[in-house]
Structure formats: C-alpha cells, structure tokens
Write a new protein. Sequence first.
Length: 430
Amino acid sequence: MMPLLLAGVLAAAPVDLIPLSPPPPVASGASGSIDPAAATRAYLDQVPAEQRARSDAYFEGGYWLQLWTFLWTAAVFILLLQTGVSARMRDLAERATSVPALRTALYWTQFVVAVAILSLPLTVYRDHFREHRYGLSNLTFAGFIGEELKGLAVSIVFGALAAMALYALVRRLTRTWWIWGAVVSIAFVAFGALVAPVLIVPLFNSPKKLQDPRVVAPILSLARANGIEAGEVWEIDASKQSKRVSANVSGLFGTERITLNDNLLNRASLPEIEAVMGHEIGHYVLNHIHKFLMELGIVIVAGFALVARLFERLRRRNEARWGVRDIGDVAGLPLAALLFSAYLFLLTPVLNSIIRVQEYEADVFGLNASGKPDGFAQTALKLTEYRKLDPGPLEEIVFYDHPSGRTRIYTAMRWKAEHRETWTFAGASK
C-alpha cells in the first residue's frame, strides 16, 4: 500500500461494463473533418448548466479554502509558540527521557495531536460536511472520524521517524542542515511512495487483484506495449470514501502497482477505462515519480534555506516568550513549520504547474497509447463533478494541479483530428 494483502487474492465479481456514449456529431468526423475547438465546445455543452454551476461553486470555494486552511494552520502554530505550549511540550519530553531521538519523537507526537485537535473544526467542515453538501462523500461522520484517527496514527509514526532524522541533522550540521535536510526529506518522500501500496493503503481500503479479463487484458496489453512487464491490475474500494473516479500508478523501486478504483469500474465504459489507464501508464513510462522527486528536492532545499535564514532572527526577538533555545530545539518546530508552510503557500502556482505539466504529458502519452480520444473526453466530463470545467487561462495556471476539463478534451479532439481511424459515423467505428 503480510496478512493484509491476502484479501487481494480474492476474486472480484465480474464488472458490469457500460457502453461508450457516442460522441457529439461534430466530434465524429461524419463531415469529413474534425475541428478540435468545435468538437471541444460540443462536449462541454453536454454538461447541464446546473451541474456546471454546482461544480464551479465547489471548485472555486476551494480557492478560498486554501487561504483559510493556511491562515488557520498559521494561527495554530503561532498559538503554540505565543502561549509557551510548545516549550512545555519539549520540557515534558525532556523529563521523560534523556535520549535526544526519543525526545524528538515524544515532542512530535504531542505536536501532531495538538495541531489535529486545534484544526478539527476546519477539518470537519472542509473534509466532511462540505463534501456531503456537494454529494461527493460516502462516509458517515463516525467513518470520517475513524479515517482521521488512522491518518493521525500514520502521521505520528512516519512523521516521528522523519523528525528524528531531521533534528539529528540540524543539531549536528548547524550551518548546512538545510542542504542535507532536503536530501533526507526527499528520501522519506521516496520511502513513503515505496511503502504506501503495501503498508498504508490497506489501512484505509481493501485492494484486490482485478479478475475480469475484459478489463484486465487490454490494460496489461497497454502496459506490455509500453515496456511494462505487468502481470496484474489492482482494484481499490474507493467508493467506501467518495464518489470520485480515479486510477493511479503507485509505489517505487519494485512496489509499483497499477490500480483503478471501483467508481471508475462501475461508472465508465471500457474505452474510458483504457484511456485513463493509458494516462497512468504514461506517468510510469515517463518517469514522472522520479522527476517529481528531483523537482520537489529543489523546492524543499530552497524552502529550508529560507527557514534557516529567518528562523534565528525571529527566535531572538521572541526568545523570552517562546522559550525556544535555537534551531535545533524541537520547541521551535511551530516556527519552522510556519515559515515553510508560508513559503509553500506562496509557491502554490509553481507547485501546481509542476504537477500539471506532468499530467498533460501523461494525457498525451495516454492518447497515443490507448487510441481512445472519446473515452478520454468522456472521462474528463465525469471529473466535472468536482473540478471546474472551463476556467480562465490565469485561473488554470494558478489553481489547477491538473489540466482543466476543457484543456483535456481539446487535447483529445486535437489528437482525434489527426487519427482518422478513430472517427465514428452514426455510432460505428470507421
């Protein structure tokens, strides 16, 4: 994501595949040509105005939620510093043990729990009530709290390991910690990607091998055709949490796994599924995981350098109130987290663009691999349930970490216009 994986060998019930809806007439090629812009507009016009308004409101509300989440989190960090709670948590950890690494782990545990409790009102509104309001969540409130507690436990365990390693570096390498700290951080991100499919995912869902040959065979054929010697496809019961369609290639260094969720299986036609899996295979073939780790490393090292430059100035001005001794003191974690989170918040358009570029590359790869432009376009329409379909150019650059539905459909129609073998007439393939 072992005993948890034994559930994965159980056979799944046959998938009730639905047929692919015919494309709009202007996207069929019946006129002898396809205008990508007109075909895109015809696809966009298939979405009812009420549904468009609803998804636009949900997605645009997310812009403000990013701001409120940052401000709320910043307020929590400042509260922990200004009240001296952070220093008292450090003192408690120091009284409990004389081992520096264990002190860090004990402080981290208190810190994560405190932040979770203080952030709970926003978390409940954002991730539960708001999701239900827009019809996107399937979790009961009790189920939601259970998932949050599991996530908290994962954060405590894996976060403690990362905190122990980082603070050991900070104390030993006071001048260059920001360089080596970035290396360690990327190593932990890679480790998380490595263990997530086999250790973390099964805590929240029940992955199992997909058995229906009508779905598995074309996906494995796609994989083999693009140099991936995959022998299995996995299904995950994402409908337990939400109604969103999704798929991914997760894992690293041998734990890679092609996975699609049951919402996609139950709501999409086979051409749509193939188009999505071609996209996900593209991420793997184009080495997007490795490239993202390198790009993220640059972002982290710059952010750590900023923290190193500003931390001591602020600490000295507030030493009496905060009780933070130096940058190697875990009581200063709220300050370091505040500075780094502010840096990431301001960098939101850059981070979104890094991801969006890779997603666009995978879109093009998937079209070339699967040859299913209408399947891809119709999947993009399904994503309008929670993504604004037709944003402005600047809006897409700043707020979108995936290409918009309009961009994705246009990409598919542009590809289709150059591949006459995919044109359709009266619902029949040419």
